[in-house]
Design a protein around this ligand. Structure first.
Ligand code: DGJ
Length: 730
């Protein structure tokens, strides 16, 4: 049993893998957080709440009820009833009051996991993989019920949380904040780890000790963003890759979010995650419900590496869906960096011919094939083929590519509308905008109002028309600007603030339609690189373009940061031409291949124009990718180097689950003079087994030696060099 209710203590114990989470109903039916950490044999740990010491419960000490309210580790804290720390829920009720007070009403425990309507979420493949606890809380005065939903995965240290708010009264209620998860820590001796960056340098790892007061990362950009990823880990100061405690939180959502830690007057820490309360409102009429998206919580008592591997296992089995979930992805060649907007069907066929001969399996036609688009300043929304560029139409091109034995993939940016487009001229009000204000253009484009069904239907019709007329087997769904002047021509003034969330729901709706109607199409998400690399998107697209920065040395940081919670097998990664278009750096072709092959792998270059030596290397590189891809997709990932702390080198390994083989890669970012070879310690092997490296089968070393003493990496001459090793168990 993963979830146990103890009637005596009125406490719930959720066991997930070797972690456990305990909460309890206390005096006056408040719900308190008791413990989250390593699994313990005890069923009742409510002594930890210290309700027998001052301030006591209101039943005993109603005089100081406020002190109690400001001290109890609330499981789902409400605004304006004496708890002055950050809250999960705030409302405006029929009287205009913001006070809100939730008390336990009932609960149920059942096998399996419910699927929230219209939202992405983790799932079980069979009901015995997890148990779910639903606790109904009520605020009688406001006429609200809030169901807190917890699912504990049986074999993984993973628990998910969400909240459903229902108006059970007879009056309208306005929700002004509905977060998804709150966890209380009885300490402030914690570090906060976040993934931050910008365009072309997404998800760099930042770590700092938490301090008194509030510290947060968030997005108010309408998407999860390049700047802050909806992920946070709290950990002990001493926690490193391989030891120490860590609690990871990841929001299964692709819009505005907040991830916040607050250290209070008693040095307790409250951690909260959910939809950003800034500019959020939701009107609930009697009988209506609002569902807050899911937060995934992962606990590790063996360092950050174990935390990451749990996220990877969870997402690979319980979040990513579709035909490609467990399959090697086709090796693609994308024409973006090869041609940008300057292409014709003829040019693409030439690229495809060369690519096919080298073993590449799919041609992806990126931006610029539709409307009158020869630059990024027009035509978004006009999803019909530009026959000036593609003489004979799309089908003719796709057929030619298919005849070469290659699949064909296509780029769309379905959420956008260019002011210079037929669509905008016909429906200017379909763009998100505030009446009477100038539109803030970004990349000369605006965002379509996806809260409107007719807008989504129209765009879907256009996409469908393309898909039904040619053999498209892959879609790159891009999104290249963030939201501004957020207002909808279709919503009344009092509902304008719902648009942020309605927009995201609209995007999910369209992705759902697309993946349901075209289950064979491989969907790759993208947002100006990796601005929407989040679990919400992973639910619809088994891979996400990691960053527009394809420089292998920059990718060391980007991919290591991304691996904190996302599986490497979902990271869109390509070998591109050099000097790199973003950094101007020239990195050996071999190193570019080694770095890209721990992602989805592909090429983003004009294969007809790269140096002959690089072209000659492609078939071997493809063989190498195919040989090791099963380890990237199904193995355990170990970060061995830490390029954020030592930018001179990086290393990582993928170890088969049964520890029978391991792929080890090393990158020397900077060559140093007069430096001895390095000893780099392997991770994840079977200490008691013997291994040999494939290129020297006579040298057999124990897993213990490889992990305790390491492998020798010579001081390779030159910057940006890499080495690959394949360890096989004897
Ligand atoms: C941004 C993407 O990240 C690129 O890969 C490319 O598709 C461009 N958009 C096209 O406009």
């Amino acid at each position: 049993m993963s979830i146990i209710y103890n009637e005596n203590s009125r406490s719930f114990k959720l066991v997930a893998g070797n972690s456990c989470y305990i909460l309890a109903v206390v005096s006056e039916n408040y719900l308190a957080h008791v413990y989250y950490g390593t699994a313990l044999p005890d069923d009742d740990l409510t002594y930890l709440l210290r309700l027998d010491t001052y301030p006591f419960t209101p039943e005993v000490n109603n005089r100081d009820r406020g002190v109690f309210m400001d001290n109890l580790p609330f499981e789902y804290p409400c605004y304006n009833i004496g708890d002055y720390r950050e809250h999960a829920l705030s409302i405006i009720d029929k009287t205009g009051s913001a006070a809100c007070d939730l008390r336990y009403k009932s609960h149920k425990i059942y096998d399996g996991k419910p699927a929230p309507e219209g939202l992405p979420a983790t799932f079980v493949n069979s009901p015995d993989e997890a148990q779910t606890l639903e606790i109904v809380m009520e605020d009688k005065s406001a006429g609200l019920e809030v169901t807190l939903i917890y699912t504990a995965f049986e074999k993984l240290n993973a628990i998910t949380r969400s909240a459903v708010v229902k108006n059970v009264g007879g009056e309208n209620v306005k929700l002004t904040r509905v977060l998804s998860a709150v966890v209380e820590f009885d300490t402030d001796e914690l570090d906060m780890i976040t993934l931050n960056g910008s365009w072309a340098r997404e998800r760099f790892v930042e770590r700092h000790p938490i301090r008194r007061g509030k510290q947060l990362i968030d997005s108010l950009r309408g998407e999860s963003s390049h700047q802050n990823n909806p992920f946070t880990a709290l950990c002990e100061h001493k926690t490193d890759e391989d030891s120490g405690k860590a609690w990871g939180f990841n929001f299964v959502y692709s819009g505005n979010f907040v991830s916040e830690a607050e250290v209070d007057q008693h040095r307790q820490t409250r951690y909260l995650m959910g939809i950003n309360g800034t500019d959020f409102e939701w009107h609930l009429a009697p009988g209506e419900v609002f569902t807050a998206p899911e937060v995934v919580m992962v606990y590790s008592d063996s360092g950050l590496g174990q935390m990451s591997r749990t996220f990877h296992d969870l997402y690979r089995r319980h979040l990513i869906r579709g035909e490609y979930r467990d399959k090697r992805r086709p090796i693609l060649i994308n024409n973006w960096e090869a041609t940008y907007f300057d292409f014709t069907a003829e040019k693409l066929v030439k690229i495809a011919e060369q690519a096919a001969a080298l073993g590449i399996e799919m041609l992806v036609m990126d931006d610029g094939w539709f409307g009158k688009r020869n630059s990024d300043n027009c035509s978004l929304g006009d999803w019909f083929v530009n026959e000036d560029k593609l003489a004979g139409g799309l089908k003719a091109l796709v057929d030619k590519v298919n005849a070469l034995g290659m699949k064909f993939g296509l780029w769309f940016e379905p959420e956008m509308i260019s002011p210079n487009s037929e669509l905008f001229r016909a429906h200017p009000d379909w763009a998100i905008q505030t009446k009477g204000r100038a539109l803030t253009l970004c990349r000369e484009q605006c965002v379509l109002d996806y809260s409107r069904k007719e807008v989504r239907d129209y765009v879907y019709g256009m996409i469908k028309n393309i898909l039904d007329n040619a053999n498209i087997e892959y879609i790159k769904w891009d999104m290249n600007r963030q939201l501004t002047e957020v207002a909808s021509a279709a919503l009344p003034p009092e509902r304008q603030r719902e648009l942020w969330h309605r927009y995201v729901l609209g995007v999910y709706d369209l992705m759902n339609r697309l993946t349901t109607d075209y289950p064979h199409i491989l969907l790759e998400n993208c947002s100006g690189g990796g601005a929407r690399f989040d679990p919400g998107m992973l639910y619809y697209s088994p891979q996400i373009w990691c960053s527009d920065d394809t420089d292998a040395i920059e990718r060391l940081k980007i991919q290591a940061g991304t691996s904190m919670c996302y599986p490497c097998s979902a990271m869109g990664a390509h070998v591109s031409d050099c000097p790199n278009h973003i950094t101007g750096r020239t990195v050996p072709f071999e190193t570019r291949g080694h770095v890209a092959m721990v992602g989805t792998f592909g090429y983003e270059l004009d294969v007809t124009r790269i140096p002959q030596a690089d072209r000659d290397a492609i078939p071997g590189q493809i063989e190498e990718f195919k040989k090791y891809n099963h380890l990237v997709r199904t193995g355990d990932h170990y970060r061995i180097g830490n390029v954020f702390e030592d930018a001179e080198w990086d290393a990582w390994a993928f170890v088969a689950k049964d520890k029978s083989e391991a792929l080890f890669e090393f990158v020397q970012a900077v060559s140093r003079p007069n430096r001895r070879s390095r000893r780099i310690k392997m991770k994840g092997l079977d200490a008691g087994a013997y291994y040999y490296e494939e290129s020297s089968p006579d040298v057999k070393l124990s897993g213990a030696a490889l992990m305790e003493c390491g492998v020798i990496i010579p001081n390779i001459s030159g910057d940006y060099r890499s080495r690959l090793m394949h360890f096989i168990r004897v």
